[in-house]
Design a protein. Structure first.
Length: 212
């Protein structure tokens, strides 16, 4: 994973209820003309884009510049396929959290922003206990869903930083878009892990209670 410069100029891809976490892969199908242009330009440059979640009520202004959340996931296009229709299938690799600081004037169809990388704040205490709690909660969830016990093995693999594990598990498991955005914005790894473990426990209770 390469280190970005202190400030970044990034094209943004606003999407409803999509959270792009660092350390994850995100497949996308790009069909709108302005975002096809964004992909073409990104591929000609550094292949970097930011995926940001649209705020509620975006529908009324979608064709223009609808409001987006201030923290996004940024990364690199690592594979792509251009279809005969001009659409793209992409695979993005999440590299960093970024704060969108200001929108830049541009003559492009898509939006450009000035952004700043956000780094994790290491947990103040021992990581073993919260990590064990996440592993146990994931195990209970998979059993409750009747899924293979090793389904999250890659996300939970040994040797990863605690924040990386939290991001990968959140991306793979949590369905609630607001909670995912909250975790994306939580830089303190200790708080992120605790919030994730609480959410996993709640998800297990819901599954066992027969609710979707």
């Amino acid at each position: 994973m390469s280190s970005p410069p202190p400030s970044l100029i990034l094209p943004i891809f606003p999407l409803p209820d999509v959270t792009f976490f660092p350390h994850t892969l995100l497949p996308l199908h790009v069909f709108e003309a302005r975002y096809r242009a964004m992909v073409m330009d990104a591929l000609a440059r550094d292949r970097r884009i930011a995926v940001v979640r649209l705020k509620p009520g975006y529908e009324a202004a979608y064709a223009g510049k609808p409001a987006v959340y201030g923290v996004a996931g940024a990364g690199e296009i690592v594979s792509w396929e251009r279809l005969a229709s001009g659409r793209y299938n992409l695979l993005l690799r999440g590299d960093w959290r970024v704060r969108l600081e200001h929108e830049r004037p541009s003559d492009t169809l898509y939006r450009l922003v000035g952004a700043r990388r956000l780094d994790d704040v290491p947990p103040a205490g021992e990581a073993a206990a919260p990590l064990a709690r996440i592993r146990a909660a994931c195990g209970r969830l998979l059993r409750a869903l009747g899924r293979p016990a090793d389904l999250l093995a890659t996300a939970l693999a040994e040797g990863q930083a605690l924040g990386v594990i939290a991001d990968r598990v959140a991306s793979a498991v949590l369905p609630d878009a607001d909670l995912r955005q909250e975790l994306l914005e939580t830089l303190d790894v200790g708080r992120r892990v605790t919030r994730l473990a609480d959410a996993l426990d709640q998800l297990v209770r819901e599954v066992r209670g027969g609710r979707e």
